[in-house]
Design a binder for this molecule. Structure first.
Ligand code: DX5
Ligand code: ZN
Length: 217
């Protein structure tokens, strides 16, 4: 499994997003947290910012939709040029339709699960997704403490993915640092979101290299 690092711009300076993207040329993805004050108690950004960011960087955008009605909005993020669009299982009323729509628009389709949401009920959707995102904090805010309780689920999800041919990426998001990333990688994750560990560092580019090295050990 190749390690991929997706720095979250939630921890970046929102008034300087183009510069903040340029500060991480070694990132595989740019993780864009979309929050709507409904699914989570925080508000960040939406389609206009994604459209602008798309033009301001070559790094593909990994849009994580923490919104109440992803079935309505997810396709528009794919149309706006996102390389990957992830919807929450807790919020989607029609995940099969929405995931298929995301794929039909040329983006990778992701399904996200909160820390307390079991993965087993969603095994039937593995043929519809390109990535499974397991939240390792409660969604809504950056800078929270990594939840160790999610690690057995990462392990179980990795086993399920292998049973389905191994092509689904397994992303973890929340509290990922040079220390916690090792445990996530060991449990089977291969795509790592990091907000404060990258943009809170004096040298974001070096922080990504350090995360990548730690995940590979
Ligand atoms: C939280 C977001 C995360 C957040 C991670 O709801 O989904 O992507 O930016 O931030 P850190 O890495 O600081 O925990
Ligand atoms: Zn996120």
């Amino acid at each position: 499994m190749a390690v991929q690092i997706s720095p979250s711009i939630l921890a970046a300076d929102f008034a300087r997003l183009a510069d903040e993207a340029a500060a991480v040329p070694n990132a595989d993805w740019l993780h864009v947290d979309v929050m709507d004050y409904h699914f989570v108690p925080n508000l960040t950004l939406g389609l206009p910012v994604v459209e602008s960011l798309r033009k301001a960087t070559q790094i593909p955008l990994d849009c994580h939709l923490m919104i109440a009605d992803p079935d309505r909005w997810a396709p528009q993020y794919a149309e706006a040029g996102a390389g990957s669009v992830t919807i929450h299982a807790e919020a989607s009323k029609a995940p099969v339709r929405t995931l298929r729509e995301i794929r039909s628009l040329g983006a990778r389709a992701g399904l996200a699960l909160n820390p307390a949401t079991a993965v087993e009920p969603f095994e039937g959707l593995f043929g519809e997704i390109d990535m499974l995102l397991l939240m390792t904090v409660e969604p809504g805010f950056g800078g929270q403490k990594f939840l160790d309780m999610v690690l057995p689920k990462v392990r179980a999800a990795r086993a399920m993915i292998e049973r389905h041919g191994g092509s689904v990426w397994l992303q973890v998001d929340g509290g990922v640092t040079a220390e916690t990333i090792e445990r996530c990688a060991e449990a089977g994750a291969d795509v790592f979101v990091a907000g404060s560990a990258v943009y809170g560092a004096a040298d974001p580019k070096a922080a990504i290299d350090a995360l990548r090295a730690a995940a590979a050990t």
